[in-house]
Design a protein around this ligand. Structure first.
Ligand code: LMR
Length: 398
């Protein structure tokens, strides 16, 4: 029976990562999957996580019983508090609910399932380019995905084209926006531009899904949150998919949240019932170990301080890696080609590199990046920058 299954291509990001582990080139550089790397090229467990995890394990009154389909309530509350400065008002109005999910991907998937239930004919609009899983998840649900322009030919945000395009999205469709640290371009929307997008969303009655996979790593926790605060004060409805993979370094603990803003208490109640059912049907209730760790960090003044300091250092480190690339490319006389990287934020940039160069870099130099030319900037450091630039230089577009 199984032979009838279609042969499908493996996931490009996860496969690249598996191949990199097997790469034998001693000079190998992983610029593929979005894992934050420190200057020694490690993805260490964060200091705050180590302390919190010990507390979780040593908690004598802890248990392992089911926590219900929305997961650990206190974790859900903490994530909402992190996002909304008007959390109290929203909670009093009964308009916000937060569900623990299996990473940020789980939150997108849950959004797709519930939106599909509401109306499978709704179009889903994503930036060109975007994280491929956005498109794949909604298409898998049988929904139509469309692109709005995002990055211009010189690597900058082509805001004019973006605005023109989203202004004619059919009323009631869904728009996915990256709250911060746009994946894959690293080019974020500016404050004034968010206000213009908000006007379009209101005018076209669009449902925004804000992907918050890199909160804190682009411009810091508060600035990265700008669009959420702005939108939540003016919109009736919005979805936020939150990931704790990068900003807590809890990648394999698969911890995230889906936060839904609703028009009123009654819709909030209905959304909750539907999300509970969808969760029951997929994993019954989410695993809570990661939630306990995040909860421990966010509910302790000391641990929260350690966490914010650590994120700030990660953000600074990513910025420094961008600078390093610019300086080294200037030193090697190829400055023009990496200019886009300098204006980016967060972990990613798309570098203007020829397709054949990407294969050659992988096969002959052990340098791994996505086929789109997306690089994880934190994979670069003082020790490998010279090797990277000299290897990539012959393949860069002018
Ligand atoms: C990435 O874009 O590399 C990360 O978000 C990891 C993933 O799951 O794709």
């Amino acid at each position: 029976m199984l032979e009838v299954l279609e042969t499908i291509p493996p996931d490009p990001i996860l496969t690249l990562s598996e191949h990199f582990i097997k790469e034998v080139n001693p000079k190998k550089i992983d610029l593929g999957i979005g894992l934050y790397k420190d200057i020694s090229n490690k993805t260490p467990i964060m200091g705050c996580v180590k302390i919190a995890e010990k507390k979780v394990i040593n908690n004598l009154s802890a248990d392992k019983i089911y926590k219900g389909s929305s997961g650990l309530n206190s974790f859900c509350e903490m994530i909402s508090e992190l996002l909304f400065s008007n959390k109290k008002e929203l909670a009093q109005e009964g308009r916000v609910l937060s569900f623990q999910t299996i990473g940020g991907t789980g939150a997108i998937r849950l959004s797709a399932e519930i939106i599909h239930q509401i109306n499978p004919e709704r179009g889903i609009w994503v930036s060109n380019p975007t994280w491929d899983n956005h498109k794949d998840i909604f298409e898998y649900m049988g929904m139509k995905v469309y692109y709005y322009p995002y990055q211009g030919i010189c690597g900058e945000l082509d805001f004019q084209s973006m605005l023109e395009s989203i202004s004619i999205i059919p009323r009631g469709d869904v728009i996915i926006l990256h709250g911060c640290g746009h994946n894959p371009t690293g080019i974020d929307i500016k404050k004034k531009q968010w206000s213009k997008i908000l006007e379009v969303i209101k005018d076209r009655n669009l449902l925004p899904i804000i992907d918050m996979a890199y909160h804190g790593l682009a411009k810091g926790l508060q600035d990265d949150n700008y669009c959420i605060d702005l939108f939540s004060s003016q919109l009736d409805e919005m979805f936020i998919s939150y990931s704790c993979s990068k900003n807590f370094g809890l990648y394999s603990d698969r911890i995230g949240a889906l936060i839904v803003l609703t028009k009123d208490r009654n819709s909030c109640f209905k959304v909750k019932l539907q999300l509970s059912r969808l969760t029951r049907l997929s994993c019954s209730s989410p695993p809570i170990h990661g939630a306990l760790i995040v909860n421990e960090i966010l509910s302790s003044v000391e641990l929260k301080k350690i966490w914010t300091d650590e994120i700030t250092n990660m953000m600074i480190r990513a910025r420094a890696a961008r600078k390093l690339l610019l300086v080294e490319s200037q030193r090697q006389n190829c400055a023009r080609s990496f200019i886009e990287v300098g204006s980016g934020v967060g972990l990613f940039s798309i570098i203007p590199i020829k397709a054949e160069g990407i294969d050659i870099l992988k096969n002959n130099f052990g340098i791994y990046m996505l086929n789109s030319g997306r690089i994880n900037i934190s994979g670069l450091n003082e020790n490998n920058i010279e090797y990277f630039v000299s290897s990539a230089k012959p393949f860069m577009n002018k």
